[in-house]
Write a protein that binds this ligand. Structure first.
Ligand SMILES: Nc1ncnc2c1ncn2[C@@H]1O[C@H](COP(=O)(O)OP(=O)(O)OP(=O)(O)O)[C@@H](O)[C@H]1O
Length: 223
């Protein structure tokens, strides 16, 4: 992977206060097109909340996030979230089959103009060592690992620009986790204006997937 010089996602001046505790303050960094970076920090330091802020899922208390120089307000918040897409550790499932769940977002206005292509889904599944029968499973009965496969598929099919990956392989067996890593690194290398931000508690995984690490300790408030 050869990161470009163009800054894709810029975070500046973000702070988050919980009651009286400041989780992080004045967070600032940029992620360039083609990059794969890891966001680290101890449990409870606010990695998940920072990813939520970066994808405009939580209102910002201070600072701003820009994709290609434009704020969520300038993109339109739903459009920004579709481009800077969070994949949570435990995805929200809405029932129905996997196929229906993968197809459903394409009916939303924000994804208008994009068509769901089942062959793309089966090809991604093959990369994750799953066959087409996965599409017929009910999302209500997916295991934790299967739900993570579903969430990754759903995200990749929607062609975001930046994927914010919050412990997305934590329930996968080691082989499946490696396959997911390979798929994601291949995805970021395959198109312009793509990047990955990983939250992972595994130093081995971070070493495999990330070109550099951003540690939240750098932005923790000092009493
Ligand atoms: N919606 C919320 N409202 C208030 N506090 C929250 C909310 N979500 C999380 N927290 C608290 O914010 C802190 C940071 O949570 P967060 O999940 O971002 O940490 P993390 O670094 O991702 O942790 P871990 O590595 O354990 O997953 C925790 O103390 C958590 O209890």
């Amino acid at each position: 992977m050869t990161p470009g010089s163009q800054s894709l996602l810029d975070v500046s001046g973000l702070s988050r206060v919980l009651d009286t505790r400041t989780l992080w303050q004045d967070v600032r960094f940029g992620v360039r097109a083609g990059e794969s970076v890891a966001l680290t920090g101890p449990s409870g330091s606010g990695k998940s909340l920072l990813l939520r802020a970066m994808s405009a899922l939580d209102p910002l208390e201070s600072g701003e996030v820009r994709l290609l120089g434009r704020t969520p307000g300038e993109w339109g918040v739903p459009g920004f979230r579709a481009r800077v897409m969070l994949v949570p550790q435990r995805p929200v499932l809405y029932g129905g089959t996997v196929l229906e769940g993968l197809r459903a977002p394409f009916g939303l206005k924000v994804h208008a103009g994009r068509a769901f292509r089942e062959e793309e889904a089966t090809s991604l599944l093959a990369a994750l060592s799953r066959d087409v029968s996965f599409l017929t499973l009910g999302t209500d009965s997916l295991s934790g690992g299967e739900a993570q496969v579903f969430a990754l598929l759903r995200a990749l099919l929607l062609s975001p620009s930046v994927l914010l990956l919050d412990e997305v392989t934590s329930a996968l067996d080691p082989d499946a986790a490696r396959a997911a890593e390979t798929l994601l690194l291949g995805w970021v290398a395959a198109g312009p204006d793509r990047a990955l931000v990983w939250v992972s508690h595994s130093p081995e995984q971070r070493a495999r997937v990330a070109g550099r690490e951003l540690n939240l300790r750098a932005w923790q408030a000092h009493a």
